[in-house]
Design a protein around this ligand. Structure first.
Ligand SMILES: N[C@@H](CCC(=O)N[C@@H](CS)C(=O)NCC(=O)O)C(=O)O
Length: 302
């Protein structure tokens, strides 16, 4: 029996954007600072990578700057699961994680994750890849620990479908958010702003269509995988797009904002988020640095 009680007429909450990094007063620091600030993290050394593959250590390969890695780090923290994992920080500076750049001779892409991306989990000598799969893995591995419900309801097929559709709508934002942040071509920016507005409106409509009076999430008071996927993105891009591209992607999406704000207030989200200055510096690499797209032909820049 579907759990979702439809209350389409419920008023949209007006929420402060407490789910976003606050870049007010910040200006980007030199571009290598964002990784330097993470120097104290345990690195993905050759030794740790070998232990992961051999199955002698369970390892979570992550990076605090990455919204996808935060999904998993956050979920593992909610479940109290990080105690069973070595946290291994993968350096994303200088354009990613090329083989030759990984610590200790470089096996991250070859042996750990051929895609070269974080997050990635190695558990009992086997890999789990992709942030959604990794978050669900942490959820399923330690189901019942912590006060977070199962990320996808197990006893209600319609509620589960609502969550999965929500996740798809969140994932449809990813390329647009990064595309807008990294393009310096004003006409491409305009196109991406229009596409983002449309994609965020579809997500907002999904929240409105399924709105329940008892809470801010897609499933009312029950947080789900949709918010675990959404919130690390809102936390970063709701702050950085106005800062770098004068565009507020979530401005007209009060229900999406409310869901992200509620999720971001959870202690485990707070514990796993990067500091505001790091968000500012890391995203500057996309907006103006090595990860930015080339300046358009004929543009004049100081
Ligand atoms: N679809 C992947 C995306 C992961 C991803 O793109 N991670 C970025 C960091 S935010 C990464 O590792 N990029 C590699 C690089 O910077 O070269 C997932 O959900 O896990």
């Amino acid at each position: 029996m579907p759990q979702a009680k439809k209350q389409k007429t419920a008023p949209a909450p007006v929420v402060a954007m407490t789910s976003q990094a606050d870049l007010t007063g910040l200006s980007p620091a030199p571009l290598d600072n964002f990784e330097q600030a993470l120097q104290n993290e345990t690195k993905a050394t050759e030794e740790i990578m070998q232990a992961a593959v051999a199955g002698s250590q369970n390892v979570f390969f992550g990076n605090r700057l990455c919204p996808f890695a935060q999904r998993v780090f956050w979920m593992a923290t909610e479940r109290g699961a990080m105690g069973g994992f070595t946290y291994a920080h993968v350096d994303l500076s200088m354009g990613g994680v090329p083989v030759e750049k990984s610590s200790g001779g470089g096996t991250y892409k070859r042996d750990i994750n051929p895609g070269g991306t974080v997050p990635c989990i190695w558990y009992e000598g086997k890999p789990v890849r992709g942030s959604v799969t990794c978050a669900l893995f942490m959820d399923e591995l330690h189901r019942g620990s912590g006060d977070m419900p199962a990320l996808i309801p197990e006893d209600d097929a319609m509620a589960a479908a609502i969550v999965r559709n929500g996740v798809d709508l969140v994932e449809s934002l990813v390329d647009l958010l990064y595309g807008l942040l990294s393009t310096r071509d004003p006409s491409e920016q305009d196109v991406l702003k229009a596409k983002l507005t449309e994609a965020v409106a579809k997500l907002e409509a999904h929240y409105v269509d399924n709105a329940q009076a008892d809470g801010p999430y897609l499933l009312g008071e029950r947080i789900s995988l949709a918010e675990v996927c959404l919130t690390p993105l809102v936390y970063r891009f709701a702050a950085t797009l106005p800062f770098y591209r004068e565009f507020s992607a979530f401005e007209h999406a009060p229900r999406v904002q409310a869901a992200a704000a509620a999720a971001a207030s959870r202690p485990a989200f707070q514990e796993t988020k990067p500091a505001n200055q790091l968000v500012c510096d890391y995203q500057n690499d996309f907006a103006n640095g090595q990860r930015a797209k080339p300046l358009p032909c004929g543009s004049v820049h100081a």
